[in-house]
Design a protein around this ligand. Sequence first.
Ligand SMILES: Nc1ncnc2c1ncn2[C@@H]1O[C@H](COP(=O)(O)OP(=O)(O)OP(=O)(O)O)[C@@H](O)[C@H]1O
Ligand SMILES: [Mg+2]
Length: 326
Amino acid sequence: MPSTIARADVRSLLARMETLRVLVVGDVMLDEWVWGAVSRISPEAPVPVVAVSDHSFTLGGAGNVASNLRAIGARVAFAGVVGDDPEGKRVCKLLDEIAVDRTAVIVVGDRPTTRKTRIVAQNQQVVRADWESIAPLAAADRRRVCEAVERAARHYDAVVLSDYAKGLFSRDLVEAANEAPIVTADPKPANVALFGGVTCVAPNAQEAALATGIKISDDASLAQAGAALLTQLDCRYVVITRGERGMALFGRSGERLLIPSVARTVYDVSGAGDTVIAVLSLALAAEAPVDLALALANFAAGAVVGKLGTATASPAEILALVGAHD
Ligand SMILES: Nc1ncnc2c1ncn2[C@@H]1O[C@H](COP(=O)(O)OP(=O)(O)OP(=O)(O)O)[C@@H](O)[C@H]1O
Ligand SMILES: [Mg+2]
């Protein structure tokens, strides 16, 4: 790990990343936000009544990975499923708004679009309601997604597999994606075994512990979990994100990097993992040295945790943090 990172190197890497094409395959969600203020306690039950002042929608789950890739400037396509419902149409509209190709978004009849509704009063989340099905896709729908990914994968510089365990991923889908030169995955622990053969997996520490059965309590157990995932999945790199403790990388050729987090302010850590997988994938696809790719993903994550709501980092925001850590 170089002790200093040259801004010029980061600048030219970001410029290369902007020219790349990435296919995101994953569990897309609609994040619904109901904003307001608590005016009183309900006469019906001992709960607050929120007077609503605003209502908005954002892309969540794998959709947030696509947003993060677009924020860097890459060309992005999305493959996944939505329900045959107004929420599914809204997801498609949000993808259109950020110019993500959604030719491979498939509408399925037997499940709702995954939606998470958060009611937020005085900037505090009061309650969240989830609409979702986590059952595996029907076989015919699974085949449609696989075929779309199989057709597309080899035409992209990278494929990112963003798994939120909503029933999309199967071994044949990962195999279809493995046609691309770089394939990265952010797997949920229960599905880890599906992701064999990808270039890089990037779970958080808790997920890595659950996936391997190794309790991560120090650098030695962290390295054990990293080694176990490398062997289990036969991938080139394992990145384990560790919240405020930064991230670790373990490579098949013995690479081993531990880097601290760089956030100046921390408001909201949700979605930082999506930023990591997006930036890391693009940097690897741009053939950056792996230490620089990891550092860039870490800077981008440092930028997004300083913002409210799941957020994205622009090249300028990433560069600003690099400058602060020269
Ligand atoms: N509290 C924090 N302070 C500083 N940096 C943080 C903090 N939390 C997260 N980060 C940055 O974000 C990266 C990813 O965070 P984390 O390990 O929490 O991922 P995650 O659990 O997958 O997140 P999520 O699932 O919410 O997207 C970390 O490696 C670090 O760079
Ligand atoms: Mg995560």
